[in-house]
Design a protein around this ligand. Structure first.
Ligand code: ADP
Length: 380
């Protein structure tokens, strides 16, 4: 059974539907059409074949393709406030495509996309899972940020093709995950050469090795390459993905190798995001953070409030602070706080201000800045 403690961190509200999932893995890409959904589906099925309990969440709101790829498109059952995921080919899955009218184009604006994804995260009853694979839309927008805030992601895998242009955008997607302190578990290079089914010769149609080079340059694990393989495409179109039945295609072998490498990596233990092991409110309305090395730091409410990074307190256009520190009462305190994903804490102050999200790395910087200022004040 999945270990609940692995996803639940102190002071993080974990959506109920996600509470019994051990690892949440996001699959992202810089741009569309690189095969992210094909890789997510086949990787999820390959993982399930190793004996793991696997769920697949199709969060690609701009082009949901899992119902077609998995060959199942029916309304999920509703139980109370929850949607029950469908089950096919040994995995549980849910897709935004199951809930939309395929004839109606949907134009998602930012807040709508975030709300949809929040509902999706909170209201699907997955039950016990070893892995939830999340197929993200391409790029680095509202869906990715909402996911990083609401779910405690174990890490992200980036799918890219070998061309330079795809690599450039993949790197941007990757930076977004780093920004929100989500570990990058590895890079998969899709459409990595073409193996001729007749003579077995491999041709690098879109070049080859770019993803591996990128992984090396950025010191990230290279999980492997998947060749262009017509079987992978046709099986996706038929609703019976390539990994469902053992076969001797190059893509089948490649995805199995990637899955084995991934499982070995998980068994060794992935590098955890550097984030507090605990956060507590102190008696005088400050917060105390315990870092993974055991060091504790106190963040006073006044210091946090005058350094609030939100758009109300800092001009989005000029980056200048618009908040007048004199307007903040010296005895301000913190009423409540909540952990945001792996990377930040949000705070409700006694003056009612509640829009600040304090990134953990920025809090450490703030502490250092204040200590340096205090040291220089007392220098003789
Ligand atoms: P994305 O999710 O990145 O937009 P898809 O997974 O929908 O991309 O893939 C786009 C198209 O490319 C689909 O028709 C899919 O079948 C095909 N495709 C993906 N990877 C491969 C591959 N390695 N070999 C052959 N066709 C592929």
């Amino acid at each position: 059974m999945a270990d609940e403690k692995k996803v639940r961190k102190p002071h993080q509200e974990v959506p109920r539907g996600l509470a019994r999932i051990t690892n949440i893995i996001a699959i992202g890409s810089g741009k569309g059409g690189v095969g992210k959904s094909t890789v997510s589906t086949n990787f999820a099925i390959a993982l399930a074949k190793t004996g793991a309990k696997v769920g697949l969440m199709d969060a690609d709101i701009y082009g949901p393709s899992q119902p077609e790829m998995l060959g199942m498109n029916k309304q999920p059952e509703v139980r109370g406030d929850f949607l029950m995921p469908l089950e096919k080919h040994g995995i549980k899955f849910i897709s935004i495509g199951l809930l939309l009218d395929p004839e109606q184009p949907v134009i998602w604006r930012g807040p709508m996309a975030s709300r949809m994804i929040q509902q999706f995260l909170g209201n699907v009853m997955w039950g016990d899972l070893d892995y939830l694979i999340v197929d993200l839309p391409p790029g680095s927008g509202d869906v990715q940020i909402t996911l990083a805030q609401q779910a405690s992601l174990t890490g992200a895998i980036i799918v890219t093709t070998p061309q330079q242009v795809a690599l450039g955008v993949a790197q941007k997607g990757l930076e977004m995950f780093r920004h929100v302190n989500v570990p990058i578990l590895g890079i998969i290079e899709n459409m990595s050469g073409f193996t001729c089914p007749k003579c077995g010769e491999n041709t690098a149609i879109f070049k080859q090795g770019g993803g591996e080079q990128m992984a090396k340059d950025l010191k990230i694990e290279f999980l492997g390459g998947i060749p262009l393989d017509p079987n992978l495409m046709s099986s996706g179109d038929d609703g019976s993905p390539l990994m469902v039945k053992p076969n001797d295609t190059p893509a089948y072998k490649a995805i199995n190798d990637i899955t084995n490498k991934f499982k070995e990596m998980m068994a060794k233990g992935v590098e955890k995001a550097y984030e507090p092991s605990d956060i507590q409110k102190t008696g005088d309305g400050a917060i105390e953070i315990t870092w993974p090395d055991g060091k504790k730091e106190i963040f006073k409410a006044y210091d946090m409030r005058v350094n609030c990074p939100c758009a109300v307190c800092i001009s989005e256009e000029t980056g200048e602070r618009t908040l007048d520190p004199k307007s903040i009462p010296l005895d301000i305190s913190i009423g409540a706080f909540q952990r945001i994903g792996n990377y930040a804490v949000s705070v409700v102050f006694s003056d009612g201000h509640e829009t600040g999200i304090y990134k953990f790395d920025k809090l450490s910087e703030l502490q250092k800045k204040q200590k340096d200022a205090a040291d220089s004040t007392f220098e003789v």
